[in-house]
Design a protein around this ligand. Structure first.
Ligand SMILES: NC(=O)c1ccc[n+]([C@@H]2O[C@H](COP(=O)([O-])OP(=O)(O)OC[C@H]3O[C@@H](n4cnc5c(N)ncnc54)[C@H](O)[C@@H]3O)[C@@H](O)[C@H]2O)c1
Length: 267
């Protein structure tokens, strides 16, 4: 006999929850923010440009969303940012660590600085943000969900032939840091499970932005050959994964990396 009589639709509901999404105005962040709002959450969308964040927040369905300027390049600002969100929204239930803006050097020319900068924004800031949200949840003794956006390239190497002719195809610093995100996720999940805080990753496969799609002739068909579903992902195809992990529908899922990749890593 089940102890939770809620319907599956209710389990997926984010009514009454506050979700924070970093890099929310970008290609994938905007689709995931919309999904969380559609599921009933009040969404705090952040961008380095506060005006852009506020404008985007106003387009989301439902009430009570907030757009805030936030740059994770300066990690000293993270505690103040989390405090501000808690002050204005009362709490945080869900964090989606999505922002990323590292350099994209080719493998022959990548420097230590390329690695340091990527790591700072893409791993260090993810950890510090997650920890401050955990401290807030622990203090309020409430469950929560932290979702780190990784990549299929944190799990598998890319095919050199698929990236031939692209000056900065598949940067080594990106591969290193996304592998770090996947593994950091497992570590945090194990340590924070006792507070009922779940930590998972979503690893998107190929979701090229329009400008990447148009950059080199023949590139997209080369990638498509590697995908069992035979096509590139569309941002809205991440909506289900983020709501599953954010909501009570995913209440027994932690420490996982959910690959949304059209089957790329299946063969
Ligand atoms: N698009 C893909 O094919 C793909 C595939 C796998 C993983 N991902 C991951 O998905 C996430 C979103 O990527 P996207 O494709 O939407 O790219 P995007 O460039 O559209 O979005 C990234 C966002 O992060 C913001 N950002 C960059 N540096 C920042 C900083 N220092 N502080 C705060 N915000 C900053 C950018 O302004 C942008 O809004 C990233 O973590 C990326 O690695 C993307």
């Amino acid at each position: 006999m089940s102890t939770d009589e809620r319907s599956v639709i209710d389990l997926f509901s984010l009514q009454g929850k506050v979700a924070v999404v970093t890099g929310a105005c970008g290609w994938l962040g905007s689709a995931m923010s919309r999904a969380l709002a559609e599921a009933g959450a009040q969404v705090v969308v952040t961008s380095r440009d506060g005006g852009q964040a506020a404008e985007f927040a106003a387009t989301l369905p439902g009430d009570g969303h907030l757009g805030l300027g936030f740059s994770q390049g300066d990690t000293d600002t993270i505690p103040g940012f989390v405090s501000e969100v808690v002050e204005r929204m009362g709490k945080i239930d869900v964090l989606v660590n999505n922002a990323y803006g590292g350099t994209a050097p080719d493998i022959d020319n990548a420097t230590a600085e390329d690695f340091n900068q990527a790591y700072h924004v893409g791993v260090t800031a993810y950890f510090l943000l997650a920890r401050d949200v955990m401290l807030h949840l622990r203090e309020q003794q409430r469950p929560g969900s932290i979702i780190n956006i990784a990549s299929m390239y944190g799990v598998v190497a890319s095919y050199p032939s698929a990236y031939e002719g692209l000056s900065a195809g598949s940067p080594p610093n990106y591969h290193a840091l996304k592998g770090g995100v996947v593994h950091l996720t497992r570590h945090l999940a194990a340590y924070w499970a006792k507070y009922n805080i779940r930590v998972n990753a979503i690893a998107p496969g190929p979701f090229p932005k329009p400008e990447v799609r148009d950059s080199v002739e023949g590139f997209i068909p080369r990638l498509e050959e590697k995908v069992p579903l035979g096509r590139m992902g569309r941002p809205e195809e991440l909506k289900g994964a983020v709501v599953l992990l954010a909501s009570d529908a995913g209440s027994y899922i932690t420490g996982q990396n959910l690959l949304v990749d059209g089957g790329w890593t299946a063969w």
